[in-house]
Ligand binder design. Structure first.
Ligand code: ITT
Length: 200
C-alpha cells in the first residue's frame, strides 16, 4: 500500500528551542525540503561565551544526551559594528534588559549603523559530536523601531536584501527569503537530507 505520510520516516528534525518564532521560521524552511520539524522543550544550561558556535555546540550536546535523540539547536546574535560586535553572544540578555530601546539609545548620533545577525545551527546525536552550520544577514540598525511582526531585535534591523524594511515589517516568508536563520537552516537541511540517504 502506498504511504500517505507527507514526511517519510526519518525525515524529521527535532528542534530544541524555547522560542516559538524561531520554530515557526525553521518549520517552513525545513518543510520546503521535505523535512518536518518537531519542537522539543529541553531544560539546558546556556553557557556564556564569546563564540555563538561554542554556545550552540554545548547546548546541542547537552540536549541530545538528555533526550537520547538526534536534535538541532540554533543560536543567533546581533553584532553591531559601531559597538565592536555588541551585543553578539549576549543578545538574549541584552534584549531582556535594555531591549530595542536601549540599543537605539546607544546608537543615538551614530552615523555608522552597520550590523549583522549571525546564526549557528548545531546538529548533535547521542552518538556523534555536534556538527555546525553558519549563516549571516548583513544590514543596519534603523533610526527608530519599525513594524510589529517577528521577535527580538526585528523592529530595529534593516537587512541589506530587504529594501528599507525592517525584519518586523516583513512577512515570515519575506524574512525567510533573506534571514541569517534561513541561510543556516538551508545549509543544514541539504546536509541532513543527503546524510539520511547515505545512512539508510
Ligand atoms: P533558544 O531557546 O532557541 O535559545 P532564544 O530566544 O534564547 O531561544 P537565541 O539565544 O538564539 O534565542 O537569541 C538571542 C537573542 O537574539 C534573542 O532573544 C533575540 O532577542 C535575538 N534574536 C535572535 N534571532 C533573532 C531574529 O531572527 N530576529 C530578531 N532578534 C533575534
Amino acid at each position: 500500500m502506498k504511504s500517505t505520510r507527507k514526511f517519510p520516516r526519518g525525515r524529521i528534525a527535532f528542534f530544541v528551542t524555547s522560542n516559538i518564532h524561531k520554530f515557526n521560521e525553521a518549520r517552513r524552511i525545513l518543510a520546503k525540503h521535505g523535512v518536518a520539524t518537531a519542537l522539543l522543550k529541553v531544560e539546558t544550561v546556556e553557557i556564556q561565551d564569546d563564540s555563538i558556535e561554542k554556545i550552540a555546540k554545548t547546548t546541542a550536546a547537552e540536549a541530545a544526551k538528555k533526550c537520547s535523540l538526534p536534535i538541532i539547536v540554533e543560536d543567533a546574535g546581533l553584532f553591531i559594528e559601531a559597538l565592536n560586535g555588541f551585543p553578539g553572544p549576549y543578545s538574549s540578555y541584552v534584549y531582556r534588559t535594555i531591549g530595542t530601546k536601549g540599543i537605539l539609545k546607544l546608537m543615538k548620533n551614530t552615523k555608522k549603523r552597520d550590523a549583522y545577525f549571525h546564526s549557528v545551527v548545531a546538529f548533535c546525536s547521542p552518538k556523534e559530536p555536534p556538527k555546525c552550520f553558519h549563516g549571516k544577514a548583513k544590514g543596519k540598525i534603523s533610526l527608530e523601531a519599525q513594524g510589529s511582526r517577528g521577535f527580538g531585535f526585528d523592529p530595529i534591523f534593516e537587512p541589506s536584501a530587504g529594501g528599507d524594511k525592517t525584519f518586523a515589517e516583513m512577512t515570515l516568508v519575506e524574512k525567510n527569503n533573506c534571514s541569517h536563520r534561513a541561510e543556516t537552516l538551508r545549509k543544514f537541511v541539504r546536509w541532513y537530507t543527503s546524510a539520511f540517504k547515505r545512512r539508510f
